[in-house]
Design a protein around this ligand. Sequence first.
Ligand SMILES: *Cc1c(COP(=O)(O)O)cnc(C)c1O
Length: 372
Amino acid sequence: MNTQPREIISRDGASGYLAIDLKALQQNYRQLVERAAPVPVAAVVKANAYGLDANRVAPALREAGCRDFFVAHIGEALRVKPFLDGNARIFVLNGLQPGAEGTCADEGIIPVLNSLEQVENWSQTASGRRARLPAVLQIDSGMSRLGLPPEEVETLANNPGLLGSIDLLYIMSHLASGDESDCIQNADQLAAMRAASAHFPSLPLCFANSGGIFLGENFHGAMVRSGIALCGGAPTDAIANPMRPVVRLDVRVIQTRTVPAGTRVGYGGAHVTTTETRLATIAAGYADGLPRSLSHKGAAYYNGTRLPIVGRVSMDSITIDVSALSPSTLKLGSLVELIGPHQTLEAIAADAGTISYEILTGLGDRYHREYR
Ligand SMILES: *Cc1c(COP(=O)(O)O)cnc(C)c1O
């Protein structure tokens, strides 16, 4: 990645530049394929591919060899489908909503069935159409979020007729602590997954998320599902982030000033300078996915120099202390780095008291986006 400050003059007066490196995304995909081999890697492209644009991300991954795509909602499946070919498979994690069965069946979208009620509805849809319909069965292995609880798994195992003409492709579950390599919950969930799958011995498993891939092949099953690692986020605490960065964010300086000691900065006058300070105001704020919790805490970078955020983050702007730079360095139109070679996605997320996922999905649409 180029570590030099960026300089872009544009006609559109964009607040900042969000560069998304689709080549790096594809390299991340290939790295995960190697790590998960021989089982395939499915791409999780929910929430518009973690904010990076599913209609660009999914085809780029398809080109790199990915066949399976998971979204959260049927609406997301319908939106991304025209950007994929007929051999790609699209799965809906949040399950089958009443009334959406017909759309799912018509469009060839594969629901993840999360309860016996959903199994019944899909089974009725299949018999109503005199067709076999595919699905994934999700079981709750300990997260208490989605999936059949153990008693429903048992009911289904004892009454296989409930499946009717449903073709189950996988038995699936999700790790609550896949990114924490030493967490005991991973072993507990693996045991629960094995107990459930013993009822369905012919069904392949789909278990690991990005973090789970790094927990070892016990967790891989027959297909893994990755989202954050494809986007360059750190998938595990076990090793330094091995993924290539996909996102770079540079934000425009829209004003600079030098103020004396004792000057209030920003909303609430919540910061007061203690010495003469050179300030720059940059053109992105919490409406652009830079959380208000970065107030007094986070930083921008210029050529490797840390420029601390002073005062509160506003909706459309942030004020930074640029005293560390020589006075003429930053001027109207200069770009400072928020995510890039000097500040990782994880670093800005940590300063904001959140995780990389929330930063990515919040970045918003006021930046000028560049896909490479
Ligand atoms: C979001 C999600 C994933 C992807 O998780 P990452 O940690 O981003 O790899 C996988 N499976 C399920 C069920 C999810 O909700």
